[in-house]
Design a protein around this ligand. Sequence first.
Ligand SMILES: Nc1nc2c(ncn2[C@@H]2O[C@H](COP(=O)(O)OP(=O)(O)OP(=O)(O)O)[C@@H](O)[C@H]2O)c(=O)[nH]1
Ligand SMILES: [Mg+2]
Ligand SMILES: [Zn+2]
Length: 311
Amino acid sequence: MIKARILKSTGSWYSVLTETGEQLECRPKGKLRLKGFKLTNPVAVGDWVLIEKENDRTGLVCEILKRDNFIIRKSPRNPKNDHIIAANLDQMLLLASIKNPRTSTGFIDRLLLVAEMYHIPSVLVINKVDLHQEEKVKALLEVWQETYESIGYPVQLISAEQGTGIPKIEELATGKTSLIAGHSGVGKSTLINRLIPGLDISTREISSTHKKGMHTTTFAEMHPYKENAFIIDTPGIKELQVINIEPAEVGHYFIEFRPYMTDCKFNNCIHKNEPGCAVKEAWMNGNIAESRFENYIKILEDIEAINYWER
Ligand SMILES: Nc1nc2c(ncn2[C@@H]2O[C@H](COP(=O)(O)OP(=O)(O)OP(=O)(O)O)[C@@H](O)[C@H]2O)c(=O)[nH]1
Ligand SMILES: [Mg+2]
Ligand SMILES: [Zn+2]
């Protein structure tokens, strides 16, 4: 059997790249599943698998190898099932934009939380800086930079369209498997086209009336990038519901809360209404960003509500 990696899954067929550099279209051999998951997609982009070759073009996927990590969400189509966005990731490049469309910090903080849950390092990449003429926008950019850099998340400013800041992204992507995640229309596919000349994946004009993207990419797809590196393009995520987490765990994944948490009066403090909460105190003293604490409370309350209804 040959070791290969899943580049793309379109339901019944998987495009794989073998260790020897061949690209094949594969079908599953029998029922594939990894224990302990109820998934809409048993085989995910980025998975390592063992295949049997049928001929020069096709093969059979026989086995999924254990994942180092993965990012999972509720299936947008079937809420009873989970959907693995991608597996075996070295980092997430969280692509956001302040203009056309504006990414909310709530969305950024949810994605960062999910990446932390699965131990995937994140870089915040702010695209479309060529559109930043207004003072208001520039001021907001500064706030974002300050907020995320002070926590420890690197922030990169780019214009995928004009090429600004791209060398830094090339450097970050070298030798790694990078997931590009973000809202529809922030420029994920444009960035990948910029990094991999000749690839030419489709991107779309933003509708000028709504200033919102139209979901141009519909399947996650992993693109080989230089030697031993891969870049995963994903369909735009609209809303991200955080799953597989208890309310008491949320604070652990807001990494700047960690130094304060040990000083909370109660060791099961969820930093909401408890007396003697050191996290809340840090927020009131300006040591935790306003937006981060607000988003924390929103996410926490969402999770509490979901857990309540599902019990
Ligand atoms: N001004 C400006 N426009 C950009 C930039 N990068 C991308 N765009 C435009 O933004 C629009 C959406 O880009 P896409 O690359 O399709 O966005 P996407 O994130 O892949 O969207 P989905 O596939 O729907 O998730 C296109 O019209 C791009 O030309 C940029 O740096 N500056
Ligand atoms: Mg796209
Ligand atoms: Zn607390």
